[in-house]
Design a protein around this ligand. Structure first.
Ligand SMILES: *[C@@H]1O[C@H](CO)[C@@H](O)[C@H](O)[C@H]1NC(C)=O
Ligand SMILES: *[C@@H]1O[C@H](CO)[C@@H](O)[C@H](O)[C@H]1NC(C)=O
Ligand SMILES: *[C@@H]1O[C@H](CO)[C@@H](O)[C@H](O)[C@H]1NC(C)=O
Length: 279
């Protein structure tokens, strides 16, 4: 199982994975419009959504975890929303990211009863159903992006071995974090061309450590089946947790977990991997 993970060219499951698959554009939001239908102007749902939209962004940016939820109104027109900023942001950066989210989402999904919008440093989702019933990411509200830059072909398997060594360690590490922000950054050394691989993981702070770990593990496990094998970076972000790696720095602040790299020569045992998925 561990070895299959590293076999990023095993694409048998790729078609089963739905969702956005494009290149990273930090300044442009990615939106996923809901499928539950539209509301009409001056409806009860619109009124409920407006109240949520008026108060939630400030509640997100002023909460210590940069995370908040809101709900308002009576079923079946009750409006639910949730948003979070990345844990390396401060309150004002969070506010700047989160403030336009309702308007942007509604512009991009006009009159839709649900939408999820992802920015580089925050995300917001609203719906006519409770978005946080599950402690794992839902495929209906998830963003999958990869970097347009490719790794030099002759180090792809070593590169992926290093990436997943780092991401596996990050999943373990985040479980040890006792902070209102369930957020971690980490690096691993690689080679002369890509000296450092950077990564970031986070969960919503309302999850237990075990739920956070389960969400992150499931997300890391999806990555090889979701992206091209030679991409320089990739992210899967949902309402519950997020995993990202890149060959360039992309977060603020200190790196919390620093792993020394294994030189590609020492990773020669990766040649045994083909036997791992023969069955
Ligand atoms: C919802 O509204 C949008 C924009 O007005 C429209 O394009 C879409 O067809 C509508 N969807 C449904 C299910 O009515
Ligand atoms: C924002 O937080 C305040 C204080 O906890 C609360 O009264 C209010 O209902 C919240 N707003 C929303 C939209 O949830
Ligand atoms: C990157 O590799 C993929 C195949 O994995 C290929 O389709 C794509 O064209 C490559 N991009 C560049 C910029 O070379």
């Amino acid at each position: 199982m561990m070895c299959m993970r590293r076999h990023v060219h095993v694409v048998a499951f790729a078609l089963a994975v739905a969702g956005v698959l494009t290149t990273l554009a930090a300044d442009k939001p990615v939106v996923v419009c809901g499928t539950a239908g539209n509301y009409t102007a001056n409806s009860a749902y619109q009124g409920n959504l407006r109240l949520v939209a008026a108060g939630l962004p400030t509640n997100i940016s002023t909460s210590p975890g940069l995370f908040a939820t809101a709900e308002n109104g009576a079923e079946p027109d009750r409006a639910y929303a949730v948003g979070i900023c990345r844990g390396d942001q401060d309150a004002s950066a969070c506010q700047a990211c989160i403030a336009p989210t309702f308007k942007d989402a509604q512009d991009l999904c006009p009159y839709n009863r649900g939408a999820t919008i992802f920015y580089d440093t925050c995300l917001l989702s609203f719906s006519d159903r409770d978005l946080l019933l599950s402690p794992t990411n839902s495929n209906d509200e998830v963003m999958r992006l990869y970097n347009a830059g490719n790794i030099t072909s002759d180090v792809v398997s070593q590169f992926n071995a290093a990436v997943y060594k780092l991401l596996d360690a990050m999943v373990e590490y985040v479980e040890t974090i006792d902070s209102v922000r369930r957020f971690a950054t980490g690096t691993i050394g690689f080679d002369a061309t890509y000296p450092i691989i950077y990564s970031m993981v986070w969960c919503t702070p309302d999850l237990t450590h075990g739920q956070c770990r389960a969400c992150l593990s499931a997300t890391v496990a999806q990555m090889p089946y979701t992206f091209i094998p030679n991409t320089q970076g990739a992210t899967i972000t949902g309402l519950r947790c997020s995993v990202r790696y890149e060959v360039h720095p992309f977060y603020k602040g200190v790196t919390m977990l620093q792993l020394t790299g294994t030189s590609p020569g020492v990773l020669i045992h990766s040649w045994i991997f083909p036997f791992c998925f023969a069955n």
